[in-house]
Design a protein around this ligand. Sequence first.
Ligand SMILES: Cc1cc2nc3c(=O)[nH]c(=O)nc-3n(C[C@H](O)[C@H](O)[C@H](O)COP(=O)(O)OP(=O)(O)OC[C@H]3O[C@@H](n4cnc5c(N)ncnc54)[C@H](O)[C@@H]3O)c2cc1C
Length: 227
Amino acid sequence: MTRTPVKNLIVKGGRILGVETATGKINADAVINVTGPWANSLLGQNDVPLPITPIRVQMVHLRRPPKLETLEQIIIDYTCGAYYRTDGTPNTLVGGEAPEDMSEIVNPNTFGLNADHDFITRFWNRATKRFPDFVDATCRGGYGSLYDMTPDGNPILDESPNISGLYNVAGFSGHGFKLSPIIGEMVADLVTGQSKSSHDYKFFRSSRFNENSLITPARPYSARVHQ
Ligand SMILES: Cc1cc2nc3c(=O)[nH]c(=O)nc-3n(C[C@H](O)[C@H](O)[C@H](O)COP(=O)(O)OP(=O)(O)OC[C@H]3O[C@@H](n4cnc5c(N)ncnc54)[C@H](O)[C@@H]3O)c2cc1C
């Protein structure tokens, strides 16, 4: 049901009974909280907050000049600190993932939707260092958007320790799109109690943050030193 926000969880005696939406109640034995940067807003007073912080990240749109028309590859440039992709038009989107690009903690309901002027200048400069012909690009502005960051930069897939039947699947920390097929399988296992997926959802348990067993990737993005 699109355009139908969940206003509250219905909880009784430590068990989920459903949700209250803008258009009425929905009874449910299982509720999956997939609200990303809003995950803690949805939990509200019903549960202890998850270690998920909404941060604002920015992107710059550069209309490629004629000499860079064919630059359609996805590129991550650790030296200059920028990544690039096209959006299917002659525009290239430029962003960054160094810690200083990812430290702006925001309210997910009121964050700045436009890219800041100094960010646009900084990233256009970075693009020009790597591809000097970007000096002739047309800047088409940019935008601000959200990452739902966890302390180890990896998601939480777990049942709430306090509310049975409530599952939290959030905190994708800026790389949830590529994980989504296997995450779908793992969440099905989490909710049904089966083990059909080739990967164990317990790897992403929320208690790992208190057990001092943060997820450390074997081959991290070198720019993302917090991982
Ligand atoms: C600039 C940028 C670049 C990215 N690049 C990549 C990339 O290259 N590769 C990659 O894998 N990932 C990338 N990501 C990350 C990826 O987009 C996210 O990890 C992914 O979209 C998270 O999906 P989600 O469904 O968990 O949360 P979201 O996509 O954040 O969806 C949460 C949804 O919950 C809704 N919601 C919130 N509260 C309520 C409520 N009370 N009731 C009902 N609905 C509610 C929101 O409206 C929203 O639609 C990027 C993200 C950004 C911002």
